[in-house]
Design a protein around this ligand. Structure first.
Ligand code: 5GP
Ligand code: ZN
Length: 113
């Protein structure tokens, strides 16, 4: 989608700090990290939200979540980790290309929740 920030990140038009990439999935550091290592995982195919995510796209995305979360865990050594997905403005969604937040947690006062 031509005016989508995340599609532009996937095709390199907008630079990002890449964490993971394969044929179908891209992961990169959030530009405004709520905690150290805050990472976004997106399908390369543009789908606005979870309601519109085809099963095969969801399957490929979630298949690599353990691998990506383990890489984040190894890199930042958090004591916990939240996986979060906002759908709709009322839920806090600001970018309408489906994405999962990986939010490493470091204990009380880590800035999230
Ligand atoms: P949402 O609020 O839609 O669940 O999350 C969108 C996330 O995308 C936000 O955490 C925001 O900081 C991040 N974001 C928005 N624009 C950019 C960008 O250009 N680059 C990166 N790396 N992250 C972005
Ligand atoms: Zn997009």
């Amino acid at each position: 989608m031509s005016d989508c920030i995340f599609c532009k990140i996937i095709n390199g038009e907008i630079p990002s700090a890449k964490v993971y990439e394969d044929e179908d999935v891209f992961a990169f550091l959030d530009i405004s990290q709520v905690t150290k290592g805050h990472t976004l995982v997106i399908p390369k195919a543009h789908h606005a939200n979870v309601y519109e995510l085809p099963e095969d796209v969801a399957g490929k995305l979630f298949a690599v979540i353990p691998k990506i979360t383990n890489a984040v865990k190894k890199a930042y050594n958090p004591i916990g980790l939240n996986l979060l997905n906002n759908n709709g403005e009322a839920a806090g969604q600001t970018v309408f290309h489906y994405h999962l937040h990986i939010i490493p947690r470091y204990g009380k006062g880590d800035g999230f929740g």
